[in-house]
Design a protein around this ligand. Sequence first.
Ligand code: PLP
Length: 403
Amino acid sequence: MSSTKEPLLNTYDLRALSDEHSAHNYHPLPIVISEAEGAWVTDVEGNRYLDMLAAYSAVNFGHRHPRLIEAAERQLGRVTLVSRAFDHDQFGPFVAELAELAGKDMVLPMNSGAEAVETALKTARKWGYEVKGVPAEQANIVTFEGNFHGRTTTIVSFSTDPDARNSYGPFTPGFRTVPYGDVAALRDAVDENTVGVLIEPIQGEAGVNVPPSGFLTAVREICGDSLMIADEIQSGLGRTGTTFAVEHENVVPDIYILGKALGGGILPISAVVADKDILGVFKPGQHGSTFGGNPLACAIAREVIAMLKTGEFQERSRTLGAHLHERLGRLPSHQVREVRGRGLWAGVELNGKARPVSEKLMERGVLAKETHETTLRLAPPLVVTQEDLDWALDHLEAVLTEL
Ligand SMILES: Cc1ncc(COP(=O)(O)O)c(C=O)c1O
C-alpha cells in the first residue's frame, strides 16, 4: 500500500458520518473507497487494495471495465429513462440478446435481485393458477434451508437465517423449506399444488455451498410439472466458469433469475428469463417497474451479454479458479476445515472466526469478507491476474499463520 494523495475528508471522518447517519444494517470493513479500476480499489488516503469480493459478483468484469464504461457513456449522451410507458431502442435488442444467451424466449427486466426473485415467485404462482390449474390460493413453492434470495418481506418469509427473518413477520404463506441437497425431503415436499422449486445452484450467502453431485439433476427431475427456478443472481454470468452454474450438471431450469453482474458493476438491472408459455402469463398492468429495463441499464447489459458471448470470462474463471482451489486446498487443516466453491469463487471454512482474518487481510491490502461466523468468501473480479491472485493468497497464508 502506498499513499499517493491528500484526501479532503479522511477515512476516520467519513466513517464517522456513515456511523452517525446511516442505519447500521451492515458491518463493513473500516475502509472508505474513492476510486477503482479492474481488480483494484483505492481508498481516500490513496492506499490500494485488491478486491477479492467483487461486490458479491456484481463486479465480475472488474471495476469500470472500458467496454462497459464506453457503453454507459454512449448511452448517457442519448437517452437514460423513458419508463415502460414507451419503448426505446435498447429494449428490444436487450431482451432478444439476453433471451438468446439463456436459450429462452422471453425476458422480464427489473432492477434489484430481490425484485427479480419476487417477479419469479409471482410468475410461478400466476402460471400455476392459470396454466397448471392449481386451485385458487393453494399454490406452494419449495425452497431450501440456508437460502438467500434477497430482503423483501416475502423472500425473508422462507429464509432460515434468524438475522434475515426475525422481527419481520407476519410472513407470506405458501412456502415449504427442505434441507439443501436432500433429494428425499424434496420429493416429499413437492405435490400437485407445487408451482415451483426455487434454488441457488450454489448457495452464496450461506457460505458458497456446492450441492452434492447430481442434486441439480434430481431437482430437475423431481420438479415434474412444476417450474425449476434457478436463482443465478450470484452464481451466474461467468462466476463459476460457465455462463450459468446449472451448466455444471447440464441442467436447464424453466426460469433463470439474473442480476448483479448483468449491470456490469455500474447500475442495477435484473431479469427473469423463461419461455413464452411461462412469461406469457403477464398481461398489461399485471406487473411492472418504473426503472425496469431502462435505456441506460439495457445498453450496459447488452455489452455484458456481448462480453459473455466470447467465453473469455468463463474461461478465465475456469483456469484461474482451478489455480485458486488448488492453492486453497493446500492450506493446513488445523487452519482451514474445508474449502468449497467452483471457478473463481470459494468459501474458506476456518477453524475460528473469519472476521479477524478479513480485517488482517485488509491491513495487508487484500479485501475479502466473512459470511456468517467462520467462512471467508473469496470472489475476485474475473479480470484478476494470476499474479495478483497469488499475491492475495500469499497474504491469506501469512494471516492464517499469524493467528
Ligand atoms: C442468490 C441471490 N439472490 C438474490 C439476491 C438479492 O439481490 P439484491 O441484493 O440485488 O436484491 C442475492 C444477493 O446477494 C443473491 O446472492
